[in-house]
Each structure stands twice: as structure tokens, then as C-alpha cells.
Design a protein around this ligand. Structure first.
Ligand SMILES: Nc1ncnc2c1ncn2[C@@H]1O[C@H](COP(=O)(O)OP(=O)(O)OP(=O)(O)O)[C@@H](O)[C@H]1O
Ligand SMILES: [Mg+2]
Length: 505
């Protein structure tokens, strides 16, 4: 912007004249204008009086108003103001508080001039991005919110058309596509628009239920039909009478069960496990898989006749990388939902950050994008997600610098983010898990990640432990490409224990 020919202004707030002097010298070595304030009160007054500086360096321990107090006043008066806190005492509490009250970063005294300059550069870049983000305009309309599926790409428009075509009848639909592309969402949308909308929609994840339990789960059982069957139990098909059953991961269903599903499709009837009575059921079946069923039919691991019955209409969900034009609206949609659920405060993404997201390859598709937005929304300090807030793997793929990615110049900032003393070496439980590392930086430990989880999620209404366990189990299953045995091993659990975690929630 040509208007920014004016040099950026940096306000230095410290009650120690020597520190102000040396910081002023370091910062003035660049074409930056430095203004000094000798107390928290004076610093706050200068910001309020305006024009606000582009960046504030603020000391934590000062006589009179403390740095943390000043930070809160500054952020209340000017929510987009970027503030870097400075302190000689690296305690976990100050670091956590600093980030909680919206400091951009945190630096330890005595400073290394090169680090201070790099940090200021980084913050000023973020400041410029924040200003640019003011122009971002929402594009989603209320109908999209009601529907829960967004996407204006031609391929998604085709998907919406097919959904519209299959809602009037009870035709069986097979939804295929990579993980996280929205298969379940489409199944729910078909149900919502069909005449069965007032009746149940039941999703059965065939991969998560052990083979010996799935038949009882689907068709129910009679008392005493197997060890543990202490009473009669109705299965999903009976419970779902009049409604829609979604057979998710149908490629993982055992051949014996496949035969019984075929019977439901052909005759509309079931038998409970251990029973002799034939029960009529009126259920529409939708199915999904990310396996190649044609190959499974050839290798005789999937029944050919069932394949044709399920596959009357096929909806192939396109991977996100084939529809990058949908990314901005999905991002916006996720953010709005997070704000509505009070899981995030921010509702905007800077254009530069959006450009990075739009260029990414998204192997985990919409689910991965949602997860990235969530993580970024939680750690961002301003009201807008900037490129530096994106997880490190996304930034690295796009070549974007960021505090976590540039560990050497910003070592002290690790203190603030992880809540760990900078000097402490990694504890024995340190992990190199990509999931955890991606959340806040490469040197993250399990302890630091959990600090983060507690400060951000601990106050939610649902109990935390089952949520974490279920999330870990889901992630393990994803990283083992759906192989439950491998996933269980990864977590040090037995397969039934893993399956129990997956079902809780
Ligand atoms: N077009 C879309 N618009 C908005 N949200 C979407 C869209 N597609 C997917 N999502 C969201 O992405 C997440 C993954 O979607 P869904 O569970 O339907 O995918 P899936 O294909 O069933 O994945 P998997 O194969 O891993 O089971 C969900 O939270 C869903 O709400
Ligand atoms: Mg699914």
C-alpha cells in the first residue's frame, strides 16, 4: 500500500530507563519510529490517545500498573493492537496469562538485538496483514447454514443435484470418496430432504464394530442366543423402522453380514440373532465406503449381488484438492460454527492465510481443513487468523515463516506457548507426534500440549477425559488407515478397548 510510506511506530513501555534506551537503539537501527513510555499508565494513555502504534513492547514488572494490567487496558481500547511482553522472569504463570490476555508474543530479558529485530519484523508483518484482513467479506448465505454443506464448485453443484434427485424415492445410494470428503454429511442431507425426515437416521460404522457383534447390533438378538445375551435386544433396523440407516464403511462388513443385508434389501425383512421369527422392516439404506468395492468384488471379499443392490445410485465425493474454490466458503462456515458453539472468538481469516489454505493439498480433505481452522482459531491472539497462526505443517508446505517454524530466533517464545520454563530440557515423555507438534510448535511435549488443552478446553460442559480419549482413538484409527488392530497397538490398547473408546462420546 503506498499510504504506508510512513515508517511504522513502535511504543516501548518500561519503567527502566536503561532498557528503554537500549531497546530504542536496537529498534531505531531500522527505519522505525520509536516512542517511549516510562510506566504502564503512560503507555495505555498513549495508545488510547492515538494514533495507535503499529507495535508495543511492554515490560511485565513495573512499579504502578503492571504489564499484564496494561495489556488488558490496551487490548480493551484497541483489540487489534499487537503487544510483545518483555520480562526477566520466565514463569509459566506469566507466560500463560500473557497469551491469555492476547499478547502477540513474549520475549525474555536480556535480549539479543537480532532476536528483537526479527520478532518486531514478524509482528509488523502480522500487523499489516491484520489491516488488510479488514476487507474480507463473508460470502455464505443463510440457506447454506441450514443445509450444513457448502461448496459452489461445479463438482459440488453436481453432488447437490444428485442429492435432490434421490430424495423423492427410497433408492439405495452408495457414497464413495476419500476420508473426510463429506460422505456422512451427504447421507444426512438425503435423509433430511426425504419423506423419512421425521423418522430416525441411524449411522452404523461397520469398521468400528467387531464382526461377532455387528449382527446383533443391526438385527438385535433373542435372550440366550449367545454368551452375554441376557435379554432380548432390538437391533438398529427395528429401531429405525420408517427411517434411514447409513451403513458407513460398508466395505469392512463381514461376508456373513453382507448376506443378511442383502435379504433386507430384497425382502425388507430381518431375523434377530438366535430368533426364528421374520420381522418386516421399512428402512431406507444408504451406504458409504472409501474402499474400492469393485476390487473387493473381484477378490470375492464383497458380494457382487449386494454391490449392485447398494450401488443403484452412486455419489462420488470429490477430494478437496480438486475443488480449491470451495475452500474459502468452507473455512468461513467452520469459523461461524465454532463461534456459534463458543469454541472460538474469531470469525475472520486474513487474505494471506486464506491463500495459504487454498494452495494446500488437503490429504485429509474437509475434516483436516476443519481441524486446522479450529486449531488456528484457538491460538490466534487477534480477531483474525493470520498465516502465523496456521499449524506448522501447513505453513511449511507453503513456505510461510512463523514463530514456531523459526525456533532459533524465538526461543523464549516457546516458553509462552508451551507454558514450560525455557531452560528446562524436554521431559522424558517428550513426543514427536505430528498432531501435537503441529498444534503449537515443533518442540512441544505431551505436558505442554495438555497445558494447552486444559487452558483452552477445560471449561467446556462435557467431561474432558472421554472427549480426549475418543479423539485419540479416532486419530489413531485415521493414522492407521482404518486398521483397528494397528490403531489399538499405537495407543497400547486391546482392539475391544479401542472400539469402546470410539463408541463413547
Ligand atoms: N461441503 C462441506 N461443507 C461443510 N462441511 C463439510 C463439507 N464436507 C465435509 N464437511 C465436514 O467435514 C467433516 C467430515 O465430513 P464427513 O464425516 O461427512 O466425511 P466422511 O467422508 O464421512 O469421512 P470419513 O471417510 O473419514 O468417515 C464433517 O465435520 C463435516 O461436517
Ligand atoms: Mg464418515
Amino acid at each position: 500500500m503506498p499510504a504506508s510510506a510512513k515508517p511504522p511506530t513502535i511504543l516501548v513501555v518500561d519503567d527502566d530507563a536503561e532498557i528503554r534506551y537500549s531497546l530504542n537503539r536496537v529498534l531505531s537501527s531500522r527505519a522505525w519510529r520509536v516512542v517511549e513510555a516510562a510506566s504502564g499508565e503512560q503507555g495505555v494513555a498513549l495508545v488510547k490517545k492515538g494514533p495507535p502504534p503499529d507495535l508495543v513492547f511492554l515490560d511485565v514488572r513495573m512499579g504502578g500498573m503492571s504489564g499484564l494490567e496494561a495489556l488488558q487496558h490496551i487490548r480493551a481500547a484497541s483489540p487489534r493492537q499487537l503487544v510483545i511482553l518483555m520480562t526477566a522472569f520466565g514463569t509459566a504463570q506469566t507466560a500463560i496469562e500473557a497469551m491469555k490476555f492476547g499478547a502477540f508474543d513474549y520475549v525474555m530479558k536480556p535480549f539479543d538485538p537480532a532476536k528483537v529485530l526479527a520478532l518486531a519484523d514478524h509482528a509488523l508483518r502480522a500487523h499489516a496483514e491484520l489491516r488488510a484482513a479488514g476487507d474480507y467479506k463473508p460470502t455464505i448465505n443463510a440457506d447454506d447454514y441450514r443445509e450444513g454443506i457448502v461448496g459452489s464448485s461445479p463438482v459440488m453443484q453436481e453432488v447437490f443435484k444428485i442429492i435432490g434427485q434421490v430424495t423423492a424415492s427410497d433408492v439405495t445410494v452408495m457414497i464413495t470418496g476419500e476420508s473426510g470428503t463429506g460422505k456422512e454429511l451427504v447421507a444426512r442431507s438425503i435423509w433430511k430432504h426425504s419423506h423419512r425426515a421425521g423418522k430416525p437416521f441411524i449411522a452404523v460404522n461397520c469398521a468400528a464394530i467387531p464382526d461377532n457383534l455387528i449382527e446383533s447390533e443391526l438385527f438385535g438378538h433373542e435372550k440366550g442366543s449367545f454368551t452375554g445375551a441376557t435379554g432380548q435386544r432390538l437391533g438398529k433396523f427395528e429401531l429405525c423402522d420408517g427411517g434411514t440407516i447409513f451403513l458407513d464403511e460398508v466395505g469392512d462388513m463381514a461376508l456373513a453380514t453382507q448376506t443378511k443385508i442383502l435379504r433386507v434389501l430384497q425382502a425388507g425383512e430381518i431375523q434377530r440373532v438366535g430368533g426364528t421369527e421374520t420381522i418386516k422392516v421399512d428402512v431406507r439404506i444408504l451406504a458409504a465406503t472409501n474402499k474400492d468395492l469393485e476390487v473387493m468384488v473381484r477378490t470375492k471379499t464383497f458380494r457382487e449381488d449386494l454391490y449392485y443392490r447398494l450401488n443403484v445410485v452412486r455419489i462420488k465425493m470429490p477430494p478437496l484438492r480438486e475443488r480449491p474454490e470451495d475452500i474459502p466458503s468452507i473455512v468461513e462456515f467452520c469459523l461461524q460454527n465454532l463461534v456459534k458453539q463458543r469454541k472460538a472468538r474469531v470469525a475472520k481469516v486474513a487474505p494471506e492465510a486464506m491463500a495459504v489454505l487454498a494452495r494446500h493439498n488437503w490429504p485429509g480433505n474437509v475434516r483436516e481443513l476443519e481441524n486446522v481452522i479450529y486449531r488456528s482459531a484457538v491460538i490466534t491472539q487477534g480477531d483474525t487468523i493470520l498465516p502465523k497462526d496456521l499449524p506448522v505443517e501447513i505453513r511449511e508446505a507453503a513456505g510461510v515463516p512463523g514463530p514456531a517454524g523459526s525456533a532459533p530466533p524465538f526461543e523464549p517464545t516457546g516458553t509462552a506457548r508451551g507454558g514450560q520454563p525455557a531452560a528446562a530440557s524436554a521431559p522424558p515423555g517428550a513426543t514427536d507426534s505430528p498432531v501435537l507438534a503441529a498444534a503449537t510448535g515443533p518442540a512441544l511435549t505431551v505436558e505442554a500440549a495438555l497445558d494447552f488443552v486444559f487452558t483452552q478446553l477445560g471449561s467446556g460442559d462435557a467431561p474432558l477425559l472421554p472427549r480426549i480419549e475418543r479423539e485419540l482413538a479416532t486419530r489413531a484409527l485415521q493414522s492407521a488407515a482404518g486398521d483397528a488392530t494397528k490403531a489399538a497397538k499405537l495407543l497400547g490398547l486391546t482392539k475391544p478397548a479401542l472400539q469402546k473408546l470410539l463408541k463413547q462420546g
